[in-house]
Design a protein around this ligand. Structure first.
Ligand SMILES: [Fe+2]
Ligand SMILES: [Fe+2]
Length: 233
């Protein structure tokens, strides 16, 4: 038998495949968390571009940020979706998602996945040192994490959760820029904050177009990174 010559296939990096697979796992388990992760990834890529990072780096940050909450796969859904206030024990369990995410993503040697592991570990660190799990301060927190942190907080404030309604864009921006009982402007990098404010209108339009209620069981339809990186959202 004559061996059929296979057409060379398009090379897809392992990190891209991993991002897609892990994202689908998250979507299958908890659509709310997945829609959030997909939008945070897109916003992080856009913000990284505004801060002057090269396109390839922006794309890597976007894919990595998509997996920032992957450690929540290990947390029981009844705790993730429980209304506030949480007991100290429950809050402690939720916080472990950072280290679980690092464990899931680290150690492959793939630079994009190592970036994803670092974002999973430190996306809840705060510039003023009040974050977790390591209480890092200032620029000890990497730029991709300083970028992801603000996108994460914005999306969480906008999103309807099983235990509360999401905020309007205006209210979410007010919380980020003036603070409330959980958030203070001092937790964010001022340069990243300023870039975020600069695209306030775009951020609102993007969230509105990709809100959970628009996805209707198709969270993978969140506007793809490629389109976002061409700034046509
Ligand atoms: Fe998180
Ligand atoms: Fe998150």
């Amino acid at each position: 038998m004559v061996a059929r010559k296979l057409k060379p296939s398009r090379t897809i990096s392992p990190s891209r495949v991993a991002a897609q697979c892990l994202s689908r796992v998250l979507e299958t388990r908890d659509e709310i968390t997945h829609g959030h992760a997909a939008r945070v990834g897109a916003l992080a890529a856009r913000l990284a571009g505004l801060l002057g990072l090269p396109a390839k780096r922006c794309e890597a940050i976007g894919r990595a940020a998509l997996m920032h909450d992957i450690g929540k796969l290990v947390i029981p859904l009844e705790i993730i979706q429980r209304p506030f206030p949480l007991s100290q024990e429950e809050w402690g369990i939720i916080q472990t998602h950072s280290r679980h995410g690092y464990t899931i993503l680290s150690g492959t040697g793939d630079p994009d996945l190592e970036l994803a592991a670092e974002i999973a570990l430190h996306h809840h660190e705060r510039l003023d040192g009040s974050g977790y799990p390591d209480g890092l301060k200032g620029h000890d927190i990497s730029l991709p994490n300083r970028i992801t942190a603000i996108c994460d907080v914005y999306d969480a404030l906008r999103q309807n959760r099983p235990y509360r309604s999401g905020m309007s864009h205006r209210d979410a921006m007010r919380v980020i820029f003036t603070g409330d009982h959980r958030t203070t402007p001092g937790q964010f990098d001022p340069d990243v904050l300023s870039a975020f404010q600069g695209i306030s209108g775009e951020v609102d339009a993007y969230y509105t177009a990709n809100a959970d209620e628009k996805l209707h069981g198709h969270a993978t339809m969140v506007a793809p990174l490629d389109r976002i990186l061409k700034a046509s959202w």
